[in-house]
Design a protein around this ligand. Structure first.
Ligand code: HEM
Ligand code: HEM
Length: 263
């Protein structure tokens, strides 16, 4: 029938609210904590390695946390976001004409974030931790991050080609703009700031948050670009031996870079 509703049209309200919510929690919150963890590289190799040990102390549960709390909500937000960006049917009256550029930029930065996050997770994490897949990715210069040699592998991955830091700079800027402006539009979606005066005040808050998160991103990027991977590796080898001896971490070949030389 000509006027039969599609699944998305039927559930538009719920999907829209879910899309809005996932942008804040877990995706937005994850990005802030993730950039703060990465920025801890400025406190030294030990500080960053300790933070990664803590995350990886989840052991076998880590894969469920990654997929359940990060990848699946992110994929839902991203895929529905691309749908919104292309269909262009939601919220066209949200911005006054003066703010129209923000409406357009929200969509453009969403698409940039899509490409960046896809490439970034392939670059560092490899997406799927299955042996044959990881070997294939590593051969292509991807899946470079090894959790027990966290700082040296992240730094080497970032320094492998000048195109990586350029991609990260553009990607971080797009994600941060998208997040900060998204907080502002969320306030309207959820009825937090309605009057023009309240919206102006909200502007200061969201751009303040955006500035701080951008600073974290730039600190992380600068930290990994300037770190000496060989020096960092020596510190990590010592930390690994001590941590295995004290029972703090479980030995795991897959989380070590090769060659891993004992002191
Ligand atoms: C991965 C690719 C992504 C795509 C394609 C995407 C797409 C979109 C689009 C099109 C909107 C506007 C929705 C509307 O105006 O109705 C939006 C909103 C939003 N996005 Fe994303 N996004 C992505 C990633 C992210 C990331 C990484 C974050 C957080 C760091 C995020 C946080 C938000 C927030 C908070 C909103 C505001 C929701 C609202 O207005 O109620 N998004 N996204
Ligand atoms: C300089 C900036 C960044 C650095 C150095 C960095 C570093 C890393 C590293 C090393 C991993 C692998 C973690 C692991 O396998 O255990 C990772 C994973 C990931 N990053 Fe980033 N990242 C940066 C920016 C971002 C941004 C802006 C986003 C946007 C949301 C993001 C989203 C993710 C996601 C979704 C994962 C996969 C989750 C996981 O591995 O558990 N990253 N990042």
């Amino acid at each position: 029938m000509a006027n039969e509703l599609t699944f998305v049209q039927k559930h538009e309200f719920l999907l829209r609210r879910l899309h809005s919510l996932t942008g804040l929690v877990p995706v937005g919150l994850y990005m802030c904590v993730h950039l703060a963890t990465n920025a801890s590289i400025l406190n030294g190799v030990e500080a960053f390695q300790n933070a990664v040990y803590m995350i990886h102390s989840l052991g076998n549960a880590l894969v469920f946390v990654e997929w359940g709390a990060i990848f699946l909500p992110l994929l839902f937000h991203a895929i529905f976001g691309v749908y919104i960006a292309y269909s262009g049917q939601f919220n066209t009256s949200r911005y006054s004409t003066g703010k129209n550029w923000r409406y357009v930029l929200q969509r453009i930065t969403g698409l940039i974030a899509f490409v960046f996050i896809f490439a970034h997770v392939a670059h560092m994490h490899g997406w799927f931790h299955v042996d044959f897949w990881l070997q294939l990715m590593e051969k292509m210069g991807l899946a470079q991050f090894k959790a027990y040699n966290a700082a040296s592998t992240a730094a080497a991955a970032m320094q492998a080609n000048l195109l990586w830091p350029i991609l990260y700079l553009v990607g971080i800027a797009a994600c941060v703009f998208h997040f900060a402006n998204g907080l502002w539009t969320m306030g309207i979606t959820w009825g937090l700031w309605i009057t023009p005066k309240a919206q102006k005040r909200a502007d200061y808050i969201v751009w303040g948050i955006g500035g701080l998160v951008m600073l974290l991103g730039l600190s992380a990027l600068g930290g990994f670009m300037t770190l000496d991977p060989a020096k960092a590796h020596d510190i990590e080898v010592r930390m690994y031996e001590e941590s295995v001896k004290s029972g703090r971490i479980v030995p795991n070949e897959h989380k070590l870079s090769h060659p891993h030389v004992s002191p």
